[in-house]
Design a protein around this ligand. Structure first.
Ligand code: ADP
Ligand code: MG
Length: 342
């Protein structure tokens, strides 16, 4: 029934309404076996609801969920080869790490020796070998998060669903865990579906990203595709910062009608190009951000790396010119929600 081309997950016409709220308003998606797939979108865009329908915690209002080719839409969570890691992963505080990881196996009647071995393997896969006897309270936030991960990996699900699992960690730890999670996923070879509202997180770890907007997928692609070729002004604005030019400004800068987007790091302050006045200079460590009021109307943000001593190229009030390469101008197709590509 399954072969290398059968997607690990297939969603067709998936919808979920809560009363008058269309939390998920028609999602079609295929996620390949072994993929690290992220669902990225603002709060309330329907990511968690999609995840809960894949897990079986929520029954779709319409549409179907297939796992490895099997229609599981009406199956209970425990009948699906899927595990979930939530943001508020609750470890049992009175149990050791080892007991926490073994718990699910114990409930399912796996014999003690096999339990022990599988739990140790799961702890090794999250680089916590030797920590089995500790209590969760004697571990750091990042370590506890990895215990939660080991607990979800221990019975080798085909698919692991992660709902903002790094949300509770501080920034430094989160960045570290992003790299580790990706490595762990590569090692265990399980399909990961990772929900986040943090674009850096999605871009850093994923093979592909789906950008959610109001219960629909606005764009699906590799991090590079989604970042470099945003399919709509929403995607251009949500994934990273982008300058989006429309109307008179667009006509003046590009000599035709349309919606055009240029990333701030693709723009140079130079001796010729589009004229404007510097409205703001924001020093941010590795980069400086310049906000420029263009004579053509509208504002442009320029980001420049502080490769030398970090002193700004220009000051507030200076007249400047902005230039860019044509290939970095992305023409965004007119908004057509019904044709969100999958
Ligand atoms: P996200 O995870 O992207 O933040 P959610 O899937 O949690 O979004 O929510 C999508 C929309 O559905 C929101 O408007 C939310 O308020 C609503 N919603 C989610 N779960 C429920 C529920 N159990 N009852 C009523 N409304 C819900
Ligand atoms: Mg959510």
């Amino acid at each position: 029934m399954t072969d290398a081309t059968t997607p690990a997950i297939r969603l067709t016409g998936l919808r979920k309404s809560f009363g008058a709220v269309d939390a998920v308003a028609g999602v079609d998606l295929e996620i390949a076996d072994g993929e690290f797939f992220s669902m990225l979108g603002p709060s309330g865009s329907g990511k968690t609801t999609v995840l809960r329908m894949i897990a079986g915690f929520e029954l779709p209002t319409a549409g179907s969920v297939f796992l490895s080719g099997q229609d599981v839409t009406r199956l209970a969570p425990f009948e699906r080869d899927v595990n979930t890691v939530f943001q508020d992963y609750a470890l049992f505080p009175h149990m050791t790490v080892q007991e926490n990881v073994e718990y699910g196996l114990k409930v399912r009647g796996v014999a003690r020796a096999a339990r022990r071995a599988q739990a140790q393997e799961a702890l090794a896969s999250v680089r916590l070998e030797g920590y089995g006897r500790r209590k969760p309270s004697a571990m750091s936030g990042g370590q506890r998060q990895r215990v939660a991960l080991a607990r979800a990996l221990v019975n080798r699900p085909r698919v692991l669903l992660l709902d903002e699992p790094l949300g509770a960690l501080d920034r430094k730890l989160r960045e570290q865990m992003q790299v580790e999670l990706k490595q762990i996923q590569r090692d265990v070879g399980i399909t990961f579906v990772f929900v986040t509202h943090d674009q850096d997180e999605a871009l850093t770890m994923s093979d592909r990203v789906a950008v959610f907007e109001s219960g629909r997928i606005a764009q699906v692609g590799t991090p590079e595709e989604v970042y470099e070729r945003p399919a709509s002004p929403f995607v251009a604005g949500f994934v990273g910062t982008s300058n989006v030019f429309t109307g008179d400004t667009a006509r003046s800068l590009f000599a035709r009608d349309g919606v055009f987007s240029i990333r701030p790091e693709k723009i140079d302050i130079s001796s010729d190009g589009a004229p404007g006045v510097v409205a703001e200079v924001v020093y941010a460590g590795p980069v400086t951000r310049y906000v420029v009021d263009l004579d053509a109307g509208s504002r442009a943000v320029v980001v420049s790396q502080n490769r030398h001593n970090g002193s700004p190229l220009v000051a507030r009030g200076d007249r400047v010119h902005l230039s860019w390469h044509d290939e970095h101008v992305v023409e965004i197709p007119p908004v057509a929600k019904e044709t969100a590509d999958a």
